[in-house]
Design a protein around this ligand. Sequence first.
Ligand code: ZN
Length: 151
Amino acid sequence: MGKKELVVSAIENGTVIDHIPAKSVFRVVKMLNLEDNQTQVTIGFNLDSRKYGKKGIIKVSNMFFEKRDINKIALIAPKATLIVIKNYKVVEKLNVEIPDIIRKFVKCVNPNCITNHQQVSTQFDVIDKDELKLQCHYCEKITAKNNIEIL
Ligand code: ZN
């Protein structure tokens, strides 16, 4: 088996998350709680990519992701591609998308925000998808790319 084949070696059923910036691979792993999972996960990074220079890839056997999880991935890997595999065949291929509204899974940057003190789920309007700026629905403070903390 050649080097290239090893990199893209097939899984029977599951999801391949491709085109992750190499430096964000482990954040995605953590975000999706893959470490706590019993399923088989293959991680590759610093792979050559035309899109990125260096990219990462995560292959997860027997797991399929909900829209909510897909949206999470978009926050740290906005150009990621999800490939759904069933019976060794690609059945779906989709680009992750930063949603217009983000609920629950990002922490508000403002320490005085009600969402940091009470049982209130965070909610943000995405006001800039390129720069990734999220405006809190409650306190109106901006949580930006550099200080996004995933709950
Ligand atoms: Zn807030």
